[in-house]
Design a protein around this ligand. Structure first.
Ligand code: ATP
Length: 780
């Protein structure tokens, strides 16, 4: 099928003994029709002048069998539908001209069956022949009667309806149209489909008039919906198509049909909708027209994608070739000629099955990952992984970002895209937390300023402390926050102050904090001898199926990591103590502040009373205060002193809390990192790799990530191979060394368990490569 198609148009004549040969002439090319008409004959004026018209169509079907009509008109469209092209075959013409005969044929005679039953037969015949595809076929049968949609198969059980409610045309996202609420019936055999066709025929509305005893009073669209998938190709694409077989109602001259009542009303609807169809065809045929009035009638709207879409469209113009019908014949041929100018753009309706597409993409990702690993290995970046970060790695990234923001880390080393993403995520989180904190501080400051203005005199006003975020966190206004010193620098002084204040002597929290810091700094990696001993013990634990990380972590905390775990616990308990202290101080400060507020308002009251009673002034011009007022002023000053002292202590405690948090975080990261390495060493790394991590070597057992350790072994083996049997391995192409090395390493990294068994093999290197390839295949 070409990409740009003109609508194919055929003319078919209803057989008659009075065929008007003098008016209608079919040329021998079987494509040209000449029509001659005496001028003014319509007005009853006699004239010898003739008007003539020539119509060139795709074919003339005069005195031809139903089979020939099918072959010429519909055969290629039906085959196209099985390939995924939409197709439309439509019969147009005056009433009684043989449209229904062409489309459905005589339902009682097999030989006289029309296009629809023949199309059904061909569809199932082709399906049986095309064994490399699976097909599913559904049928629908729509009638448009007096501008109303009717489902001719609504009474048949087993239909599927996507939407309930009244039938209506809906525009599909891809540009096509469908009728919402129309039932679709799955069919598996020709017979099933014919049953439905005949059932629909029974439901059609038929009327009688002078020109046709069984005149269709409606437009009918019989649609075969086909879906096809390849059995041989396992790709996710499949094709669908719609084959619309349309039997239009015939145009009628009421004077000729003599219709009355209901039949007359129907004729008016029919003529109106056919005139809209003509308008749509006129617009479609005129390439300069941008707008085509499809929505003017139900018929044009329902046929939108059949007339001007991606469809193979064929029109059969049925004419009744008697002289009395020459006007209708002429107008039918004019319509046909216009229709021939309409172009469609047939294209296959390809779709992608989402489930299969996801599977295909997953395979593609896997393949790309393998390729990436090759390249990384070639570029000496074997340690880079593309898996999701583990919890420990996430924790490390978090700590790095925090240290970077605090200024204690100069750079964050970039390792992989995932790590970059994790770093950005942490920055975002930190930013959002800061923003939230600032907002809260701002709102609190506003409240505090209001309170302060009403209770304290401006000169003595001190920014108060408000409790936020539960009991363990304090928020101080931005101006005072700046005064807090970084934990590292302030710890000595603050520890002293805090121990003195709490009267805890030499074993006070200040000293505890110093001890704790010392212990953290002492956390150096264990000696090589120690590691060797513990590695031996740990090796005993190695078994075929490693325990879950949760279980292993519990064991680790009680054995190998008990020391760091103990320090972590101590740090946590000191942190808890400091938080409690902070909470206590906040309570005290807030209570003093309430007292200050209360005394300030009392003072204000005294002043107002004094002024209302007449102000007493001393010789120096100073106002004279009464006793109660003086006592209040003294108390207020004491309270403010107390406030300041506690506030300073609070700042110092807050700094300690921050420092304790920092230590707890450090211990926790250390514990996780040590555990991760211990786990790898104890359960994942094979014995031969552990033996490479020898005493005195640069690599300490227990802190080597599993992928690095495996790469290390493969390097060693690679060296051996290169020195012992280089020509054997790469006799054909010595320049492929890097490639094979990279390949080996990649396979080893992708399938570490298989690598272990491969290494114990003593077979020749070529066999090793083969077994590696097999491993890769299985991995896929
Ligand atoms: N090619 C033909 N060979 C034999 N009989 C025909 C042919 N064309 C039409 N007829 C007969 O003419 C009569 C009218 O045909 P048909 O009902 O198909 O017309 P129609 O165009 O569908 O009319 P309407 O628009 O009123 O429904 C029928 O009895 C039909 O059998």
């Amino acid at each position: 099928m070409s990409a740009h198609n003109e609508v194919r148009v055929y003319v078919r004549t209803r057989p008659t003994a009075q065929f008007a040969q003098e008016l209608i002439e079919y040329l021998p090319d079987n494509q040209t029709v000449n029509v001659r008409l005496r001028k003014n004959s319509r007005k009853g004026v006699l004239s010898n002048q003739m008007s003539s018209w020539t119509f060139r169509l795709n074919g003339v079907l005069h005195n031809v069998s139903q089979e020939e009509v099918y072959q010429q008109v519909a055969h290629s469209v039906v085959l196209g539908a099985l390939e995924g092209y939409n197709g439309t075959v439509m019969c147009f013409g005056q009433t009684g001209a043989g449209k229904t005969f062409t489309m459905t044929g005589a339902t009682e005679s097999y030989k006289q069956r029309g296009i629809i039953p023949r199309a059904i037969q061909e569809v199932f015949h082709e399906i049986d022949n095309r064994v490399d595809h699976t097909f599913s076929v559904h049928l629908s049968y729509l009638e448009i009667y007096n501008e109303t949609f009717v489902d001719l198969l609504a009474s048949v059980k087993g239909g599927q309806t996507k939407h309930c409610g009244t039938l209506a045309v809906v525009e599909e996202p891809e540009g096509g149209v469908s009728v919402k609420g129309l039932s679709l019936h799955p069919v598996h055999r020709e017979e099933e489909a014919l049953n439905l066709l005949f059932e629909g025929e029974m439901n059609k509305i038929i009327g009688e008039h002078a020109l046709n005893k069984n005149s269709s009073r409606s437009h009918c669209i019989f649609t075969i919906h086909v879906e096809s998938r390849s059995r041989t190709l396992s790709n996710a694409t499949y094709v669908t198509s719609k084959l619309n077989l349309v039997d239009l109602a015939g145009s009628e001259r009421l004077s000729k049909t003599g219709s009355e009542g209901q039949v007359q009303k129907e004729a008016l609807y029919i003529n109106r909708s056919l005139s809209f169809l003509e308008q749509a065809i006129l617009a479609l045929a005129d390439r300069r027209r941008e707008h085509v009035p499809f929505r003017q009638s139900k018929l044009t709207h329902a046929l939108k994608d059949s007339l001007g879409g991606n469809c193979n469209t064929v029109l059969v113009a049925n004419i009744y070739g008697e002289a009395a019908q020459i006007d209708e014949t002429l107008s039918t041929l004019r319509f046909a000629a216009r229709m021939k100018c309409v172009c469609t753009e047939p294209s296959v309706n390809k779709h992608i099955d989402p489930v299969l597409e996801v599977q295909r993409l997953q395979k593609e990702i896997q393949r790309l990952k393998q390729e990436l690993s090759f390249h990384n290995t070639l570029a000496n970046r074997a340690a880079v992984t593309y898996e999701d970060l583990s919890e420990t790695q996430e924790a490390v990234v978090k700590s790095e970002v925090q240290r970077y923001l605090a200024g204690t880390l100069d750079e964050i080393t970039i390792v992989s895209i995932r790590q970059i993403q994790a770093v950005f995520a942490q920055f975002k989180k930190a930013f959002q937390e800061q923003e939230q904190q600032l907002k809260e501080q701002k709102s609190q400051k506003c409240i505090v300023v209001e309170n302060t203005q009403s209770t304290l005199s401006t000169s003595d006003a001190k920014e108060p402390v408000e409790e936020v975020e539960g009991e363990n966190r304090l928020s101080v206004p931005a101006s005072t926050k700046r005064q807090s010193v970084s934990p590292g620098r302030s710890k000595g002084k603050k520890v002293k102050e805090s121990s003195g204040k709490n009267g805890q002597g030499s074993t006070g929290p200040g000293e505890q904090l110093t001890m704790m810091q010392r212990e953290t700094e002492v956390l150096v990696p264990p000696s090589v001898a120690e590691s060797k001993e513990t590695a031996k013990d740990d090796a005993k634990k190695r078994c075929n199926t490693p325990p879950s990380k949760m279980e292993a972590f519990e064991v680790y905390k009680s054995e190998r990591g008990c020391e760091i775990n103990r320090i972590l616990k101590e740090n946590k308990s000191v942190l808890k103590e400091r938080l409690a202290q902070l909470h206590n101080l906040t309570g005290i400060i807030n209570s003093i502040k309430r007292d200050i507020d209360h005394m300030s308002s009392e003072l204000q009251l005294c002043r107002e009373q004094r002024q209302s009673q007449g102000q007493l002034v001393s010789a120096d011009g100073e106002p004279v205060l009464d006793e109660a007022e003086v006592a209040l002023l003294i108390k207020l000053r004491e309270a403010k002193d107390q406030y300041r002292q506690n506030y300073e202590e609070l700042l110092s405690t807050k700094a300690e809390v921050q420092y304790c948090r920092h230590l707890v975080d450090q211990c926790r990261i250390r514990l996780f990192t040590e555990f991760e390495s211990w786990y790898n060493e104890s359960f994942l790394l094979p014995d031969e790799i552990l033996s490479i991590l020898k005493d005195g070597g640069p690599i300490r057992p227990g802190l080597v990530p599993v992928d690095k350790a495996l790469a290390l072994v493969s390097n060693t083996e690679g060296d051996e191979q290169e020195h012992s049997e280089p020509t054997k391995l790469l006799a054909d192409s010595p320049s492929a060394t890097s490639f094979y090395n990279a390949y080996n390493r990649t396979v080893q990294r992708r399938a570490p368990h298989c690598t272990v068994s491969r290494r114990s093999s003593t077979g020749p290197d070529t066999n090793k490569l083969k077994s590696l390839a097999a491993v890769t295949q299985r991995g896929r």
